[in-house]
Design a binder for this molecule. Sequence first.
Ligand code: GLN
Length: 206
Amino acid sequence: MKKPTIGVLALQGAIEEHISMTKLAFKEMGVEGSVQLVKTVGEVNAVHGLIIPGGESTVMGRLSSVNQTLQAVKQRIYDGMPILGTCAGLILLARKVYDRVLGETPQPILGVMDVVVERNAFGRQKESFEAELEIPTIGDKKFPGVFIRAPAIREVGPQVKVLSKLGKIAVAAQQGKMIGTAFHPELTEDTRIHQLLINMMMDTYL
Ligand code: GLN
């Protein structure tokens, strides 16, 4: 394949941080890859892997639905493109989304991952926090989990592997080539989650 390219859906949210983190991950792995902002259907179709960043899932869902990138991303996922959704990105991947106060939230989502996600499960902005997480898939060293108005994974289907838990609450999961984290790996200096995505991409397209 031509130079492996990871896209970052760039309609709204924590975009720049994912770009620098992915570049750093490529560098640490010794892989010559590139990172691309993705805003249009054409751009969705030009990448080998995609990151949906954190931000506001309602806004990201609406914007991507209006410019049809939502549908295009869904198709790419069905075709086997690896994807990482962080925080709001996890919410967009989930098959069902709800809020403790509002109930099921009527927002455009991809609905591709067999998880039920509760939005703002750990409280609002001021309750943001960090926690050391065990994520055996990426090694023994704990991962610094940054939680900002984070969702929780409340139910997982049979094909979903829980990658990490905070106490009893699932906060990272994988289904095939889809990975969702409730926390923000792009706000750390640990590239191991980004490396997982890059490895899946290389396995898929090399
Ligand atoms: N609470 C946000 C939402 O529901 C997600 C927060 C985040 O991505 N940091 O979209």
